[in-house]
Design a protein around this ligand. Structure first.
Ligand SMILES: Nc1ncnc2c1ncn2[C@@H]1O[C@H](COP(=O)(O)OP(=O)(O)OP(=O)(O)O)[C@@H](O)[C@H]1O
Ligand SMILES: [Mg+2]
Length: 273
C-alpha cells in the first residue's frame, strides 16, 4: 500500500530557560490512507508533540512530514485536531462552536442546521446546545470538541486523549461512533490514549513510544482483529487479550527503565544539551 502520511527522521527540541530540551528524536512512521493509529506511552514522552507537528502547529527541529505528497508546513483544513484540554471558542455557544466548523463544508441553512444537529446528537450534547462553554463540564466540552472536529469531515483526524475525561458509558458510545464514522468516511486517524483497551479496540496499529532521554518510537504493534469490532465479543477473544498483554508489558518495561534511570541519576533524567 502507498504511504499517505510520512513522518521522517522527525525531531523536536524546545528552547527553555534551562537550555535546549530534546523532546523527540528520530521519529519515523509511515501511515496509510484510512489507517487508525494509536500513540501510547508514558506521560511526557512526546505524544502531544508528535500530534502538534502533524497538525502543523509546531515546526520540527529535524526531519519533516509529507501528507499526500505535500510537505506539512502549517495547519490546514484537511487536518482537524481534538485537543487534550478541549479548545472551544469561549464567546460562542455549543451550537455555534459546531456550526462554525460545519459552515466550512456546507452553506445551505437547512443543511447546516441538520448537520449541527447530527454531530451534537452523536456526542449526546443536543440538550445543552444553547449553553456557553463556561456553563458546561469538562467532559461535555470534550464532547463538543469531538463533534466539532468530526463535523469538519477531515481527511486526517488528530485526537489527543479525546475520551480521557469521560465516564465509561459515554466513552464506549463515542468509541463505537468513531469506529462507525471512520468505517464510513475512511478518514486517517491518529489518536493518543492512555487506555490500553481503547488502543486495541480501535487501532490498526499501536505506536508505543519510549520516554527519555529524547523520546522516539519504541515498538509498533499491528492489531489484526477483524472489523467491525464488537467490544463484548472481543472480551472472550484470546487474540484480543494477547495484544492487550503485549502493550501492557511494553509500558511496564519502560516504566522500570525510567525508574532505574532516575535512581542512577539521583531522580533527574537529563535531556538538556
Ligand atoms: N513548548 C514546550 N517547551 C518546552 N518543553 C516542552 C514544550 N512542549 C512540550 N515540552 C516537553 O516535551 C516533552 C513531551 O511533551 P508532550 O506534551 O508531547 O508529552 P505527552 O506524551 O503528550 O505527555 P502527556 O501524556 O502527559 O500528555 C515533555 O517533557 C514536555 O515537558
Ligand atoms: Mg499530551
Amino acid at each position: 500500500m502507498k504511504t499517505y502520511l510520512d513522518l521522517s527522521e522527525l525531531g523536536m527540541s524546545f528552547t527553555t530557560e534551562h537550555g535546549v530540551f530534546e523532546a523527540l528524536t528520530g521519529v519515523n512512521l509511515k501511515i496509510e490512507k484510512g489507517e487508525f493509529i494509536s500513540l501510547i506511552g508514558h506521560s511526557g514522552c512526546g505524544k502531544s508533540t508528535v500530534l502538534n507537528l502533524v497538525a502543523g502547529l509546531l515546526e520540527p527541529s529535524q526531519g519533516g512530514i509529507i501528507l499526500d505528497g505535500r510537505e506539512v508546513d502549517g495547519p490546514g483544513p484537511e487536518r482537524a485536531m481534538v485537543f487534550q484540554n478541549h479548545a472551544l471558542l469561549p464567546w460562542l455557544s455549543v451550537h455555534q462552536n459546531v456550526e462554525l466548523a460545519v459552515r466550512r463544508r456546507v452553506m445551505g441553512r437547512e443543511e447546516v442546521a441538520e448537520q449541527v444537529h447530527y454531530f451534537l446528537s452523536l456526542v449526546q450534547m443536543e440538550h445543552a446546545s444553547h449553553k456557553m462553554p463556561h456553563e458546561i463540564s469538562g467532559g461535555m466540552k470534550q464532547r463538543v470538541g469531538i463533534a466539532r472536529a468530526l463535523s469538519l469531515s477531515p481527511k486526517v483526524l488528530l485526537m489527543d486523549e479525546p475520551f480521557g475525561a469521560l465516564d465509561a458509558l459515554t466513552r464506549a458510545h463515542l468509541q463505537d461512533a468513531l469506529m462507525a464514522i471512520q468505517a464510513e468516511l475512511g478518514n486517517t486517524v491518529i489518536m493518543i490514549t492512555h487506555d490500553v483497551d481503547e488502543a486495541v479496540l480501535l487501532s490498526d496499529r499501536i505506536i508505543m513510544m519510549t520516554n527519555g532521554p529524547a523520546a522516539t518510537v519504541g515498538e509498533i504493534l499491528a492489531v489484526n482483529l477483524p472489523r467491525p469490532r464488537d467490544r463484548v465479543a472481543l472480551a472472550d477473544d484470546p487474540a484480543y487479550h494477547k495484544l492487550r498483554q503485549q502493550v501492557l508489558r511494553f509500558l511496564y518495561e519502560k516504566q522500570r527503565k525510567v525508574t532505574q534511570l532516575k535512581t542512577a541519576t539521583g531522580g533527574v533524567i537529563r535531556r538538556t544539551a
